[in-house]
Design a protein around this ligand. Structure first.
Ligand code: IPE
Ligand code: IPE
Ligand code: MG
Length: 237
């Protein structure tokens, strides 16, 4: 089968294994995060060039605040740097960038960078990159329920029957279709609170390769795997 015909429209990646990758090299976890963040920039450009329409990357979960203060601080500094660089490549590639998750817990300067990134790229029609930052699917669903409830109270919603499509429009991911393929690097085979609603019919690809070492060859393996799947959506095709 020609791979071009069966490229996923939307890929989600759980960027895992930065710490273990660095430890194996006798380096601190922070070094793994640094190389991981550079790799994200590189892979994002490659995925964009391939013609993938939507990419969602899981960069920081609502649970990741439980890590040491030092590690959280390192990650936040890397996000500061990454988001600014991302704006430059977004302009270059005409890429739209939005953040999913709850930004209110992030430092004010990061929130400001996010606002600029989202505003300045809002009209771009190239690849749409979603960065999951302080994201947890359970938190996203609860926030959606709160918004639904507010709309019922104000009379905007009837409160009688809510369709799946209506509910999905209250999720952080309302701008993009559900992911076709989820990739998790570094050997773990769990979802860790990523896009629980949206992955109802996604294909999964797990690789032992840690995120800092994930390259084009690894991506092609994931795409080859995807192209062999006979996609079904609950109906008898
Ligand atoms: C992924 O790498 C980055 C984040 C979750 C922020 P990890 O930091 O989870 O690395 P491992 O899984 O401990 O190796
Ligand atoms: C998942 O990785 C979250 C991100 C990639 C941001 P974790 O390393 O935090 O997940 P667990 O703790 O192994 O489930
Ligand atoms: Mg991990």
């Amino acid at each position: 089968m020609d791979k071009e015909c069966v490229l996923p429209r939307h890929i989600g990646i759980i960027l895992d294994g930065n710490g273990r990758w660095a430890k194996k090299r006798g380096m601190p976890r922070s070094y793994g995060h640094y190389v991981g963040s550079d790799n994200l920039e590189k892979m994002c450009n490659i995925i964009c060039d391939m013609g993938i329409r939507y990419l969602t990357v899981y960069a920081f979960s609502t649970e990741n605040w439980k890590r040491s203060q030092e590690e959280v601080g390192t990650l936040m500094n890397l996000f500061r740097r990454y988001l600014k660089r991302c704006l430059k490549s977004a302009h270059k590639n005409k890429m739209r960038v939005t953040i999913i998750g709850d930004p209110t817990a992030l430092d004010e300067d990061i929130q400001e960078t996010i606002r600029i990134l989202e505003d300045e790229t809002a009209a771009y029609t190239g690849m749409h990159l979603q960065i999951a930052l302080n994201y947890g699917a359970r938190d996203e669903i609860l926030r959606a329920v709160e918004k639904v409830s507010a709309d019922v109270k104000s009379g905007k919603l009837s409160g009688e029957k809510l369709s799946e499509e209506e509910f999905a429009s209250y999720l952080d991911t309302s701008l993009v279709p559900d992911p076709d393929l989820i990739i998790r690097t570094s050997g773990e085979q769990r979802i860790s609170n990523f896009l629980l609603w949206q992955i109802a019919y996604s294909e999964f690809y797990f690789t032992e390769t840690p995120w800092p070492a994930f390259d084009t060859e690894e991506l092609n393996k994931a795409l080859d795997y995807y192209s062999t799947r006979n996609r079904r959506f609950g109906d008898a095709k």
